[in-house]
Design a protein around this ligand. Structure first.
Ligand SMILES: Cc1cc2nc3c(=O)[nH]c(=O)nc-3n(C[C@H](O)[C@H](O)[C@H](O)COP(=O)(O)O)c2cc1C
Length: 329
């Protein structure tokens, strides 16, 4: 797989940025299931990139392309500087987080609270577009708190579009900045797919991807009749196998999808390499627990990994012991 050239960026299907989940090990694994699905990093703050260990936050394997870096921040100059770091490091897209509602994020004046400051987000987009040649995109919600009218969403989307934003990813629910935890904010506010579809009708020239609660490629295909892209988060993490048919069904690549065992086999050399660099097995195995979800024997394999991967000296033999039988085609 890695000997093939990286496919060009195609927004029809992507896996969402997820803090603590879509780290480089997770992305390498997901890439083994689909060559084309666009992968997003976890959110990285401008502070972490400017003051922290840059390579720790930006490092990725070339096999992960196409890959988008998600930034958290709101100072246009800092955002431009970090966008340039990302583009220089080889990212295919730079995305701004205007969707995360956690307190920590609000104190830093970034994430979903920025929906109330369309001018500032537009200034960030413009500064970043000046700084890099790769696409600059925005991930947002349909509203925050009581600022959730369609008019406000359209004004926000219009402002960032006018500033040069190359695509919008819209999580189809509002966020309550006070009162709900980030987790509750991913479940409690109702999903309003119709609002995102209306936005596409009103901004027909903007590339718009929809996100929130989408679990199957069938749903993805239906959304692609009216929208430009679908972003899947939790389902792609808990049940990564849904990505295996994405190249054929969404991107039109006729090649046969790999089997679960082939995916695991292809992951092993990466795991060996990382173990040799001192990465603990559990940092990688935790992302693959859902590979056999729904298959007979999946639970025993999962339990084995959870129990054994933390042991000192644990190696790839933990991943291949207790493998569920390969299902018949
Ligand atoms: C564990 C976790 C971490 C997340 N971290 C981020 C993040 O760093 N940046 C972001 O924009 N959204 C983040 N999200 C939100 C997702 O990107 C996505 O918008 C949300 O989960 C809804 O999509 P889904 O229903 O397909 O999961 C996170 C979600 C989860 C579950």
């Amino acid at each position: 797989m890695s000997s093939l050239p990286a496919p060009v960026l195609d927004r029809r299907l992507s896996v969402a940025p997820m803090l603590d989940w879509t780290d480089r090990h997770c992305r390498y694994f997901l890439r083994l299931l689909s060559r084309y699905t666009l992968l997003y990093t976890e959110m990285v703050t401008t502070g972490a990139l400017i003051h922290g260990e840059r390579e720790r936050f930006l490092g990725f394997d070339p096999a992960e392309h196409p890959i988008a870096l998600q930034l958290g921040g709101s100072d246009p100059q800092d955002m431009a500087r970090c966008a340039r770091m990302g583009a220089d490091r080889g990212y295919d897209e730079i995305n701004i987080n205007v969707g995360c509602p956690s307190d920590r994020v609000q104190n830093g004046r970034f994430g979903a609270c920025l929906m109330a400051e369309p001018r500032l987000v537009a200034d960030c987009v413009a500064a970043m577009k000046d700084a890099v040649a790769v696409p600059v995109t925005v991930k947002t919600r349909i509203g925050i708190d009581d600022r959730d009218s369609y008019g406000e969403l359209l004004a926000f989307a219009g402002a960032v579009t006018d500033a040069g934003c190359d695509a919008l990813v819209v999580h189809a629910r509002k966020a309550w900045l006070a009162g709900l935890s980030p987790k509750e904010n991913r479940d409690i506010p109702p999903l309003r797919y119709d609002v995102v579809e209306q936005l596409k009708r009103d901004l027909p020239n903007q590339t718009i991807a929809i996100n929130g609660g989408i679990k199957t490629l069938d749903e993805t295909k239906r959304f692609l009749e009216t929208l430009d892209g679908v972003m899947i988060g939790r389902e792609a993490y808990h049940n990564p196998w849904i990505l295996a048919e994405a190249d054929r069904l969404i991107f039109g690549d006729a090649r046969r999808a790999p089997t679960r065992n082939e995916v695991l086999d292809a992951f092993l050399p990466y795991v060996e390499r990382e173990l040799a660099r001192g990465t603990p097995l559990s940092a990688m195995s935790r992302h693959i627990l859902g590979l056999f979800q729904g298959q007979p024997g999946a639970r025993a394999w999962r339990r084995h990994l959870s129990e054994q991967a933390h042991r000192p000296g644990a190696g790839t033999e933990v991943l291949t012991a207790k493998l569920p039988p390969e299902p018949r085609p």
